[in-house]
Design a protein around this ligand. Structure first.
Ligand SMILES: O=C(O)C(=O)[C@H](O)CO
Ligand code: MG
Length: 293
């Protein structure tokens, strides 16, 4: 990763936590495992700039939700020009303005779902991105859930297979229904069941600690039980979905050290809503030895 001075999340040079400083007693500290790698979500951070300019602002932090406002070639150029690595983005979610939040669990939309994956793959190809979040969709009527579940698992099986051909891992994320009413995949434990039902090694979890804390809790147990199936992590403090700092109920030093101690080597996506400006809010990063401005 490059060490651009304006880059807030450069992991180089950070101090290791003292052995045992905030580790749970049952863990052994291992010196050689990498510290978490942080990635910036360009849909929630640097939003005072147009999308194209956020790439530069976040250089070397790569993470973006929906790049579809730009052509795939342009996204590829912006990623390359700014020396970024794109950690993950979402497949097209359907008609977002009309309230849609993904297509995968929507019966009757299978053809559109497959087209959306093909479109997403043109972006992953031109940006060298290897993870794609496939959103389930909103299914308000509980009577429709059995059919939605069948559709969801069949669509995910197809997507996992198709994306495997392009070396792109499909991830699914449980999202709390306070933030996204009616969202079909609500609890991390449900996501694990879906993973087991689909049973494809190209399907993994995106574990969003903000949603998980709100809807299920038990962050430590979940991480310790399911880390091998977690391909991406996202963070924001509860309540408020703000910076992962000390202003809320999640203990970040503990969790980051826990992930580190278990050898998590994936990205941690900073998907939060800055309390003021992105730059001012990056003070939290200094607490983790990162070069925040
Ligand atoms: O809402 C979230 O937490 C997400 O990560 C989705 O990808 C986009 O809304
Ligand atoms: Mg998320």
């Amino acid at each position: 990763m490059r060490a651009d001075p304006i880059v807030p999340f450069t992991p180089g040079g950070r101090e290791r936590a003292a052995p045992g400083s905030c580790l749970p007693p049952r863990l052994t500290f291992v010196q050689d495992i990498p510290m978490p790698r942080f990635a910036a979500n360009l849909s929630t951070l640097f939003t005072d700039r147009p999308l194209e300019e956020r790439f530069k602002a976040a250089a070397a932090c790569g993470f973006i939700q929906f790049p579809y406002a730009l052509l795939p070639e342009r996204v590829g150029d912006l990623v390359a020009m700014n020396g970024l690595e794109l950690a993950v983005f979402n497949a097209p979610p359907g008609d977002w303005a009309a309230g849609e939040r993904g297509l995968a669990a929507l019966p009757g939309r299978e053809e559109e779902f497959r087209d959306s994956i093909e479109l997403a793959l043109t972006y992953t190809d031109l940006t060298d991105c290897f993870r794609l979040h496939v959103m389930a969709g909103v299914v308000e009527d509980e009577d429709l859930w059995p059919e939605a579940l069948d559709t969801y698992t069949a669509n995910l099986a197809w997507a996992a297979e198709r994306c495997a051909e392009e070396d792109v891992k499909v991830v699914i994320e449980a999202i709390n229904t306070g933030d996204m009413p009616g969202y079909f995949l609500q609890r991390p434990d449900d996501a694990v069941q879906v993973l087991e039902a689909v049973d494809h090694d190209n399907l993994a979890l995106l574990y969003d600690l903000y949603h998980a804390q709100i809807i299920q809790g038990g962050l430590t147990d979940f991480i310790e039980t399911h880390l091998e199936n977690i391909a991406h992590i996202q963070v924001a403090q509860v309540p408020g979905r703000h910076e992962p700092d000390q202003g809320g109920e999640i203990n970040w030093p503990y969790l980051f050290t826990l992930l580190d101690a278990h050898g998590y080597s994936g990205w941690i996506g900073c998907e939060y809503l800055p309390r003021t400006t992105t730059e001012a809010g990056l003070r939290w990063a200094r607490d983790f030895g990162l070069s925040a401005p």
